[in-house]
Design a protein around this ligand. Sequence first.
Ligand SMILES: Nc1nc2c(ncn2[C@@H]2O[C@H](COP(=O)(O)OP(=O)(O)OP(=O)(O)O)[C@@H](O)[C@H]2O)c(=O)[nH]1
Ligand SMILES: [Mg+2]
Length: 326
Amino acid sequence: MAQQTALSAPELVDRIVAGERRALARAISLVEADTPTGREVQAALYPRTGHAQTIGITGSAGAGKSTLVGALAREERKRGRTVGIVAVDPSSPFSHGAILGDRIRMQDLTSDGGVFLRSMASRGNLGGLSETATGVIDVMDAAGFDVVIVETVGAGQDEVEVATAAGTTVLITNPGGGDEIQSMKAGLMEVAQILVVNKADLAGSDTAVTQLKALLAIADLGAWTPPILKATAKTGEGIPELVDAIDRHQEHLHSSEHAEDERRALSRKQIVALARASLHRQALEVAHGSGALDDLVSAVAARRRDPRSAAESLLEAVKREWAASE
Ligand SMILES: Nc1nc2c(ncn2[C@@H]2O[C@H](COP(=O)(O)OP(=O)(O)OP(=O)(O)O)[C@@H](O)[C@H]2O)c(=O)[nH]1
Ligand SMILES: [Mg+2]
């Protein structure tokens, strides 16, 4: 494609702020590809963020997250709010089908001008997932959506970090997922501000609620106690109550006596997560680019070296790279 129509960062920013969807889509692609223009747009738009309710929806594969996001978006629309959706796909062999399935599930939404849906692959992009997804959420926030929802599978560190970059994180579980709930990392419980047992039309939802309550009782909670809700995303049952709970948590974030602390805690989490993601990516780039990692792997596998000092060597190589690029 010819580049003659490429817009500069300030032009993109103006158009996004004016509500132009094509400019928004373009900017999101640039942020995803982690281009210099993408970074410039992100930085320029950041002061305009903070108006949207940002909501992270996480939970294991097949928990009904996409169905619930669709139901949530419909309820938000009923309440007169515009909605931006970011679906982070785990790039499984089924991912293509999943994205397609999501599109079909959300078809009525994609024809609604008040909804903007974007799917992202969690692997294979140049930037790390946390880096790009957080940027995409911010761009949608600055574009003026009232609500920005991000769906991720709470599988890896990256995915959890993306979900928790949102103001309100909702953790989705299912009845009969007893083993899963039992083995659920306390950490995952503690990052969620709302717990939902979805597929409440199936048997065992009360047991799941009881198990979650028991886990909450031993969790290290702050000023907010996560409500535990039941929902049937497929029919929309329980969704208005979920939106009410999200609103209550957002109110807590913004107007409680803890608002400043909450904002600082969220900002701290985002900065640390982004720095970690960036370091991780750079370390891997240097390791793969120089072949240094293969040498270290051989040494450690043969027990000629210990992994800890090998990791230090890898970091030394990253530092040398930084020094050389200065
Ligand atoms: N019985 C029942 N099934 C549901 C409900 N919500 C979703 N499902 C079904 O659960 C399956 C998975 O739903 P998805 O919405 O794709 O789940 P997901 O968590 O987004 O899945 P991944 O993105 O692949 O991890 C689909 O067959 C849905 O129809 C519900 O409330 N009740
Ligand atoms: Mg999904």
